[in-house]
Design a protein around this ligand. Structure first.
Ligand SMILES: *Cc1c(COP(=O)(O)O)cnc(C)c1O
Length: 498
């Protein structure tokens, strides 16, 4: 079979097997692992129509994780996509208005991060076994809200692992915070920092790059790995749901064989939309990729002008999981745009690190003309949620609301030639206050749990188990620290708890 190996976007590591890249997370030169080529689907799309989610996941992952055996991969897939999901089909699809909403929020923590983080621990422990690694794997993660809980849920009590999650203590929703601080499991730690998501992510990246720390931990039989969306063990499993959704639409006769669709993804760290791009590169009939941003519209500006500039005010929005000014996974696209030139990629990323800005040439930009950047303001997002609810009775969360608003703009600017799949990235229950007040501002007077019951009433849906479970749960994590003290906090947790 066609072997896929992984190279760092910055040139420092090449020819790394999938299992080793999954174990490491970030390459040692600070770059991201990218496949040395994107394999094409080895069957016609029509031959995949009607297959179950787990089967499609295998068809996709086997092409990228070529050093895993069939047995190993299928064991990971079956352990991940099981009754932890509150929908048997794993990824239900809802047509509302003229668009198709890919519901990626039926996992343990009701956000799309579960799609990847329910499989990552299994890929990681399998990778450790394959490579004869006996060290304890400590997962270090920065979260803008959803990754944290999904990673905690995935890794809790997995033997041979520990997990430490950093979140901006004033930058996540009530439910997101409650989900994290009530997490059970002796190998879990949750820390609120006095900075934003970018601060948390920078702190984590610095620890990954710290050779002294690495040596010290190694002597104690510990190694770090990452559950952030920079890990290819997260990125690749996300390709599966685009393939699955397309084949499902084909099986149901909603689209014709070979018919091109557009995809819209509410974007933050650029992992989800990159997975859609990889699906296109594998041969899935996708035309445009609509990258939807909230008021932190650094990506919109980038796709418009070719200039990536993070020097701007950081905005807190009602779609907090997209409140990001440094979209880490974009580096993989930059590498592609640079013609896989690692030196050029490193130069641009260093410019971003030093001055917060880089600019790509028109030639580079022309290579990714299928990306359309759009953004939605808070008001536009709320209006999109309300409008969809009033017209179709379907309620979407605030992140998906950004995408719905972007799609409305897209249709105005580009016409409505193709059908559109929208990545629906969180359950409205997770952001009940923002969602309900978008529908009617009067709801803002109600307390969080009454709002949740109201949402259940107006949508005639049951509270997801993920919400029920945290209502009366005990707060188990109270640690907070300054951004500058993240490393000290990690060393403390490791020595006392792991
Ligand atoms: C993480 C997240 C996003 C952004 O996804 P990226 O892969 O980081 O671009 C969007 N919506 C929700 C609900 C999320 O949790």
């Amino acid at each position: 079979m066609d072997q896929v190996l992984y190279n760092s976007t910055r040139g420092g590591e090449t020819g790394v097997t999938a299992s080793k890249a999954i174990l490491k997370g970030l390459a040692s030169d600070g770059g991201l692992f990218v496949p040395d080529h994107i394999p094409a689907l080895d069957k016609p799309v029509s031959a995949l129509a009607g297959k179950k989610y787990q089967e499609i996941a295998y068809e996709v992952m086997k092409l990228f994780f070529t050093d895993f055996t069939e047995e190993e991969l299928k064991a990971c897939i079956n352990a991940a996509y099981d009754e932890k999901f509150d929908a048997e089909e794993i990824v239900p699809l809802t047509k509302a208005g003229n668009d198709y909403y890919i519901e990626l929020y039926h996992g343990a923590t009701i956000a799309f991060k579960d799609m990847a983080l329910s499989i990552l621990p299994h890929l990681m422990t399998t990778s450790a076994k394959k490579n004869n690694i006996k060290d304890k794997i400590v997962i270090l993660t920065a979260t803008s809200g959803d990754t944290g809980k999904a990673a905690l849920a995935g890794f809790a009590d997995v033997p041979g692992t520990g997990i430490i999650v950093f979140f901006p203590k004033d930058g996540v929703s009530y439910i997101q915070k409650r989900q994290m601080v009530t997490q059970k499991g002796a190998n879990t730690a949750v820390v609120g920092i006095d900075g934003n998501f970018d601060d948390a992510q920078r702190g984590v990246k610095e620890m990954f790059g710290n050779k002294e720390l690495e040596a010290k931990l190694s002597a104690a039989g510990i190694r770090f790995s990452s559950a952030n969306s920079i890990n290819i063990g997260r990125l690749i499993p996300q390709i599966a749901y685009y393939v699955y959704t397309y084949t499902k639409l084909l099986a149901e006769g909603e689209i014709a064989e070979g018919e091109k669709m557009d995809v819209c993804v509410p974007t933050g760290n650029f992992g989800n939309i990159l997975a859609a791009y990889y699906a296109k590169c594998m041969g899935l009939p996708i035309e445009n990729l609509i990258c939807a941003s909230n008021d932190n519209k650094v990506l919109y500006d980038f796709f418009k002008t070719g200039k990536y500039d993070r020097n701007r005010e950081f905005m807190l929005t009602i779609s907090p999981s997209m409140d990001i000014l440094i979209s880490s996974n974009l580096e993989r696209l930059i590498y592609k745009m640079a013609g896989e030139d690692a030196a050029k990629t490193a130069e641009l990323m260093n410019a971003l690190k030093d001055g917060g800005v880089y600019t790509v040439t028109p030639d580079m930009k022309a290579k990714i003309s299928e990306f359309v950047g759009l953004f939605a303001t808070e008001e536009e997002t709320k209006a999109a949620i309300k409008d969809l609810y009033e017209k179709t009775n379907y309620v979407i969360d605030t992140h998906t609301g950004v995408a719905a608003a972007a799609v409305a703009k897209y249709k105005k600017e580009h016409g409505a030639d193709r059908k559109i799949m929208i990545a629906s990235t969180a359950s409205p229950y997770k952001f009940a206050r923002s969602v309900m007040t978008a529908i009617d501002p009067a709801y803002d007077a109600l307390d969080e749990w009454t709002l949740i019951d109201k949402l259940s009433e107006i949508t005639d849906t049951e509270l997801p188990p993920a919400i029920k479970d945290i209502k009366d749960a005990e707060v188990l994590h109270k640690t907070e620290c300054a951004t500058a003290d993240m490393q000290k906090t990690v060393e403390d947790i490791i020595s006392k708890q792991f």
